[in-house]
Design a protein around this ligand. Sequence first.
Ligand SMILES: *Cc1c(COP(=O)(O)O)cnc(C)c1O
Length: 459
Amino acid sequence: MKTIIEPFKIKSVEPIKFTTKEEREKILVEAGYNPFMIKSEDIIIDLLTDSGTSAMSALQWAGIMQGDESYAGSKSFFRFEKVVKEITGKKFIIPTHQGRAAEKILFSILGGPGKYFPNNTHFDTTRANIEFTGAVAEDFLTELGKHPEIPGDFKGNMDVEALEKFIIEKGAENIPLVMITVTNNSGGGQPVSMQNIKDVRAVCDKYGIPLFLDACRFAENAYFIKLREKGYGDKSVKEIAQEMFSYADGATMSAKKDALVNIGGFLAMNDEQLAMNARNILIVTEGFPTYGGLAGRDLEAIAQGLEEVLDENYLRYRIKSTEYLGNKIREAGIPILEPPGGHAIYIDAKRFAPHIPPHQYPGQSIVCELYLEGGVRSVEIGSVMFGKYDKATGKLISPPMELVRLAIPRRVYTQSHIDYLAEVIIEVYKKRDSLKGYKIVYEAPMLRHFTAKFEPIEG
Ligand SMILES: *Cc1c(COP(=O)(O)O)cnc(C)c1O
């Protein structure tokens, strides 16, 4: 087979500023050993997130110029609405400024104390928006999804039996909706199978509960179904996406992922009363229903991006280039979460640096070293991000996994960038025994990973 090349030519470029290792040492100290605090211009390859970091196409930029900025009834809204309806099949489409705004509106209507919301794995903003209303967010990830070292085709699936048991236990009347996140972002970008969506749908039907998709990466998920699920190899990704949505009563979406734009989102649904309630909140918090929290030009760019993301040449490149990085570093012996996900590769920090205990933040140590070695910015997903202190003893309670996430922005980096990246990771792996643990010297009371300051533990 021939090399899978980037399915685009580059018309507009953004220069990368190169730094030396000495400069990076200084920058890292000034940032308190926290890459969130480094200026983006001091980064060579930025893998902090795939959210809002996509490169837009010439047609999307053309759409920006064609945006209709009318307050009401904008032409751009109708184009956006038509494309979203076509893919999701939903009757009511509500634009929002990003995914969490859609979540905020949905859960402020359906949430509240005594309510429960099951998901395969809630993304952190979804969980926060549910808990903010006093409701409970509960995860039902399939057992296989909890084992980072075991490969599998659909490790994002929901545990349907556990879901049904939970519904019986809590009472269907206390569960306003069930949600499935495709792909499962917090679980390593792993896909959910069509069969699993159907099975969850059947349970929802049995108890009269609506099903919503958290559809941020619906196209990547649909492409995995095409590659891996029996009976879908000959279907188009668009048909597969349409079938996925057909089992749902609605969806929330962050356009910053699979709509290939830098800002935006939407809420889609079939229930007219729910849509009316949502629009009433939208008007107070986001804007008039034909623009939500966005400019007309943003709606144009989203509409165009949603058409481009279903191009199978794009998706082949997208999924294969993420896998390419995973394969390359796995071949060098580096432990990763298996198999490679759609939007990111996760290094298993516990196995990479077993000499650093969780309370000395092995993931943070690798993140710092990747920056020093090659100007690469990644993010720790482990004890720094999710660690909690035991109230009685003050001891750190670590989450089950210590990971370093390398999220790949869409259409931004070429294969030589990825080759360079693999070289940097392999170089750090070679000297893994010399990696030091870290201690936190400053932390905020909430979401500490954004602003925490660290120091290496000497000796
Ligand atoms: C990014 C994301 C969100 C939130 O979207 P924002 O646009 O960042 O507000 C919700 N769910 C999942 C799965 C996401 O990846």
